[in-house]
Design a protein around this ligand. Structure first.
Ligand code: ZN
Length: 393
């Protein structure tokens, strides 16, 4: 059983209420235990939110298990858009709000990141708690409060509700498409640059920093890197390690009440690409796939600016030391390849022009000090990178 003791310690250190930590069950077959949990809390009517894929993967079975346990279930199967995808946008949110019956006392998010973002927003708005049932180890947002929503074509993150419980069933998660597991690995690899960016901002900008939060996130990251082979094979142990890491990264964000350790310049590059795809009406790409690719890019950029006093000023030597601890970007590409994930922006349909533009503009997306931000402020000419294939990006 998952032990929340360390997270409670972090809550104590941050003077945060430990009761916001969800109950976590990440055993094999954990969904079988969900009816008893719901009954224990006195829930009588659950609204189960899924899409057509996650309904088949887990929603249908879960629905009948819960009904047998004596709790009524209303399923809401969110309709796909014209690209055949479900987005966390106005259409999905309104569908859930319209189809959720008034007697609902608990929501169940059955799916990956997008289903969770829609559910957490609706949970917040109708003031009913929600339980997370991830169907893929694809993202670290299950346990956090932030809901990145697409409103009028723009992506914005709104602080909403975190789940009261997570039932992460390893048997379900290991059946997820491999590209989703690879994306989860990508979202963990991203902590290499996000943790560095947090430290840079702490030194340069005096931003609040917490060593324990950073260490917990770093440990989760390296657990995944050390077990990349098991993760790539979607074996029980690999999926368990990846799921635990993703859940922990989300819990750290929840307790800090901000996403700093888990989201830096690599997430800004990814958001820039995502907004471009939205503008063009093109299909969306998995979040973790984009941030994994962006991490390799950013490491290459940071390594090429190490020791540059124009960029890092009085902090140059300590930032350079931190940069030197990053693995070479080619190593990151190898790990991504091993998991079957995308390595290059072109693997995701992102062309070199957009990559070039994002390197020079993505730092403006959020008012956050990052290495990317500092490099852009000190640069004399446009940033560009040469990839290992020798192609100029
Ligand atoms: Zn992420």
């Amino acid at each position: 059983m998952y032990d929340l003791q360390e997270m409670k310690q972090l809550a104590f250190e941050l003077e945060q209420d430990p009761d916001i930590l969800p109950y976590i069950n990440m055993e094999k077959g954990s969904i079988e235990a969900l009816p008893e949990y719901l009954d224990h809390l006195g829930f009588k009517h659950a609204t189960l939110i899924a899409d057509q894929h996650t309904w088949k993967a887990a929603g249908k079975e879960l629905s009948s298990i819960i009904e047998q346990g004596g709790c009524e279930v209303t399923p809401v199967k969110i309709t796909s858009n014209t690209n055949g995808q479900v987005l966390a946008d106005e259409a999905s949110i309104v569908q859930v709000l319209v189809e959720t019956p008034p007697q609902t006392d608990v929501l169940l998010a059955v799916g990956s990141g997008t289903i969770h973002d829609i559910t957490r927003f609706c949970s917040y708005k109708i003031d009913a708690p929600f339980v997370s049932v991830p169907t893929a180890a694809s993202v670290d947002g299950f346990t956090s409060k932030g809901a990145p929503l697409i409103l009028r074509g723009f992506k914005q993150t709104i602080q909403t509700s975190s789940p009261i419980a997570v039932f992460a069933d390893i048997d379900i998660l290991k059946e997820a498409p491999l590209e989703m597991t690879a994306a989860g690995f990508g979202d963990m690899v991203a902590k290499m640059t996000s943790l560095l960016d947090w430290k840079i901002s702490y030194w340069v900008n005096d931003e609040p920093y917490n060593e324990m939060a950073a260490n917990l996130t770093r440990r989760s990251l390296y657990n995944c890197v050390d077990h990349v082979n098991e993760i790539a094979k979607a074996e029980d142990e690999g999926i368990r390690i990846l799921t635990k890491a993703l859940i922990e990264s989300g819990l750290v964000m929840l307790l800090l009440d901000f996403s700093r350790p888990a989201s830096g310049g690599e997430h800004h590059l990814s958001h820039y690409w995502e907004m471009d795809l939205l503008k063009k009406g093109a299909p969306q790409v998995l979040h973790g796939a984009k941030v994994g690719v962006a991490t390799a890019l950013l490491i290459q950029l940071y390594q090429s600016y190490a020791n540059d006093e124009r960029v890092f000023g009085a902090n140059t030597s300590r930032i350079t030391e931190e940069i030197s601890r990053l693995p070479d970007y080619t190593k990151v590409l190898d790990w991504l390849q091993l998991t079957g994930g995308a390595q290059l922006p072109s693997d995701l349909g992102i062309d070199s022009e957009l990559v070039h533009e994002s390197l020079n503009k993505a730092f403006t997306i959020r008012d956050r000090c990052t290495g990317l931000y500092l490099i852009n402020h000190a640069k004399k000419e446009d940033l560009s990178l040469s990839w290992r294939s020798g192609h100029e990006l």
